[in-house]
Write a protein that binds this ligand. Structure first.
Ligand code: FAD
Length: 381
């Protein structure tokens, strides 16, 4: 495996960096403080081809691979996590639709994404079913040519602003194997019986939109069943998680890099006891450790993404990379803030936002504990 980037990949990485530095930096604090989704940046990102980047050319996207996604994610998160989520989340679930959807579903649901004509989301988590995905209670019951959906979902990114949500629910509760009981549906959010309530007061990624959503006798046609077959939902959603978890790992590399950059700048500038903070060996060790962890994580992200792009999804490596990268990013943010002293505690300083934003990476798309369980299972099998 050779991770020297091609000319095209270097161009993509540089373009992503230029866009993020030019457009996110000045607005990040405002959107974070006011907890508002940045629709304007999403529009600009669409114009530059940074939205729904894996959607294939057949459906109007650039058809990039997961390796390129990782390059973009790192650059975006190195500038701001919340705004990065505004750009990446509207196509959350696109890979799944492209892999398992019917041709009609691909045309209908993928084509609007890269041009910003629709926002999508994926709704799995419920009040009583988080890590335990198989405990989902939302039901879809067949009624003639329709399904009737009832239930509620928790912490759904874009829940209140999405045009359609990819919904994980139970269609076959009586089947003996739990994993055969679930199906995925696309549910348009203008259907009667759908309701969303925005969740405010998040610790981080506050520019992103999160909502609790409910379905009260929501009717969808049978053509909204993903892939046209009941019982495939568990397999389909796990495919999506395996693909997109690495995106979270790439985000971790980006935000950890930002924490290091902030620490370098501050410790070189700030003087105490007549010398710069960077001259104290305790800080030098921290900086050296951070740089090493980031490099190790980046290589894991590259390897996992490269394997996905070459048709060899390595579940254990993806899980390893996710917990390791997220944990190391949280550690980098902590060390960097500590090196900032009291200044790091104030939101004028970027490290405060980094410190808050980073924590979500250990939680969503599978908590770090769940990732470690996956790794352990693969070792013990
Ligand atoms: C900002 C944000 C955005 C989100 N976006 C989405 C979204 O778009 N779509 C969506 O479906 N969900 C979304 N989520 C939900 C997220 O994926 C869940 O919060 C996550 O999977 C954990 O579930 P939970 O919160 O119910 O925690 P729980 O499952 O209750 O876990 C609580 C703690 O217990 C630990 N734990 C649980 N089971 C075990 C076990 N067997 N062994 C050891 N430890 C265990 C967990 O690791 C965790 O530390 C989002 C969450 C947030 C905060």
């Amino acid at each position: 495996m050779d991770f020297r980037l091609s000319k095209e990949q270097i161009d993509i990485k540089n373009a992503a960096r230029e866009f993020a530095v030019g457009e996110f930096s000045d607005r990040a604090q405002e959107f974070d403080r006011e907890e508002k989704f940045d629709f304007d940046i999403l529009k600009k990102a669409c114009e530059l081809g940074f939205v729904a980047v894996t959607v294939s050319e057949d459906y109007g996207g650039p058809g990039l691979g997961q390796f390129e996604v990782a390059l973009i994610q790192e650059e975006f998160w190195a500038v701001d996590g919340g705004i990065s989520v505004c750009i990446s989340s509207p196509s959350f679930g696109a890979e799944l639709i492209e892999k398992f959807g019917t041709e009609e579903q691909k045309i209908k649901y993928l084509s609007p994404l890269p041009v910003g004509e629709a926002i999508m989301g994926t709704a799995v988590t419920e009040p009583e079913a988080g890590s335990d995905v198989a405990a989902v209670l939302t039901t879809a019951v067949r009624d003639g040519d329709e399904y009737v959906i009832n239930g509620s979902k928790m912490f759904i990114t874009n829940g209140g602003i999405a045009d359609y949500l990819l919904l994980f629910c139970k269609t076959n509760p009586d089947l003996p194997k739990p994993h055969d009981r679930f199906s995925l549906f696309m549910v348009e959010t203008d259907r009667p019986g759908f309701e969303a309530n925005k969740i405010t007061g998040k610790l981080g990624v506050r520019a992103s939109h999160t909502a609790e959503v409910s379905f009260n006798n929501v009717r969808v046609p049978i053509s909204n069943l993903i892939g046209g077959k009941e019982g495939d939902g568990f397999k389909q959603i796990m495919y999506q998680f395996n693909i997109t978890r690495n995106r979270v790992s790439a985000a971790a590399v980006g935000i950890a890099r930002a924490a290091l950059e902030e620490a370098l700048a501050h410790t070189k500038k700030r003087r105490q006891f007549g010398q710069s903070l960077s001259s104290f060996q305790v800080n030098q060790f921290k900086l050296a450790e951070m740089a090493t962890w980031i490099r190790a994580s980046r290589n894991m992200v590259y390897e996992a993404a490269w394997l996905v792009d070459h048709g060899q999804v390595d579940h254990a490596l993806i899980a390893m990379t996710k917990w390791f990268s997220a944990e190391m990013a949280v550690r980098c943010a902590d060390e960097s803030l500590q090196m900032h002293g009291g200044y790091g505690y104030i939101d004028e300083y970027k490290i405060q936002r980094i410190y808050r934003d980073v924590k979500i990476l250990e939680i969503y798309e599978g908590t770090k504990e769940i990732e470690k369980i996956i790794v352990a299972r693969s070792l013990l099998r």
